[in-house]
Design a protein around this ligand. Structure first.
Ligand code: HEM
Length: 229
């Protein structure tokens, strides 16, 4: 019964909404963690070290996040394929055209965000794209996340790509947040939900983009205490 519901179009939209809430929660928590860069290297490096020292919390959280992510992407692709098939039948009214345009934008922005995420993990989590910044340690022998982020963002193509990706994330979230409320059965207050979605998305854009922008403007500088591991 439950599986039948989850396989239905409504059930899959529900699944998109629930996994979307998890992913949104991660994006907000991650942004708040990253904003500690404005408090200086001690705050950010000790925060990163604390997270790494909590494997009993970190690994289950990573597993849930990865599961939510795979479901979110997988279900969105299956719904998009279904929509495309349905679109081969001519539209009866303009409203359907508008809805399908929004969903096309969602799939496209979602795929570009996926590409950003792969680059982002290669950059800051696996140290593949900028190994010389990844292996820095601070004066206390900790992974120097503060210097790694600032030195990476000093490269204009990198920070430019981040701000562009945050713009797309903002677009994706502003559609997605109002859609997820609708899928969860809260469509009654649609204009307010649309505004709430746009405001949350803009706050995330501003918070995340403030880091590369502050590096560009010279407000955030690597302290130079980092050494190579
Ligand atoms: C300017 C914006 C961002 C900055 C400065 C940033 C910074 C970082 C850093 C430093 C790490 C590595 C943390 C560590 O290993 O200690 C990281 C990991 C990660 N970031 Fe970001 N991030 C940003 C935006 C995003 C966004 C928008 C997403 C999602 C759409 C994201 C998803 C992730 C994920 C999934 C990880 C791996 C987490 C883990 O290891 O469990 N980040 N980020």
């Amino acid at each position: 019964m439950c599986l039948k519901f989850l396989k239905s179009s409504v059930g899959r939209k529900y699944l998109m909404a629930v996994t979307g809430v998890f992913l949104l929660g991660f994006v907000v928590a991650h942004m708040l963690g990253n904003l500690q860069i404005f408090l200086g290297p001690e705050a950010l490096n000790s925060y990163a070290e604390h997270l790494q020292n909590l494997p009993a919390l970190l690994w289950p959280a990573r597993a849930v996040l990865l599961g939510a992510f795979i479901l979110h992407v997988g279900v969105s692709i299956s719904l998009a394929i279904e929509n495309r098939r349905a679109r081969s039948i001519p539209y009866a009214c303009g409203a359907t055209v508008e809805a399908s345009y929004a969903s096309r934008t969602m799939v496209m922005s979602g795929l570009i965000i996926l590409a950003f995420l792969i680059y982002h993990l290669l950059n800051f989590t696996f140290g593949v794209t900028h190994p010389r910044f990844f292996h820095l340690v601070d004066a206390k022998g900790r992974h120097d996340v503060y210097s790694m982020v600032i030195l990476s963002f000093r490269e204009l193509p990198v920070s430019g790509a981040y701000v562009a990706a945050m713009g797309l994330l903002c677009l994706h979230l502003s559609h997605g947040i109002s859609g997820l409320f609708q899928s969860l059965g809260l469509a009654g207050a649609m204009p307010a939900l649309k505004r709430a979605g746009a405001v949350i998305a803009l706050v995330i854009f501003a918070g995340n983009s403030s880091i590369p922008l502050a590096v560009w403007l010279g407000w955030l500088k690597a302290v130079g205490g980092g050494s190579v591991e």
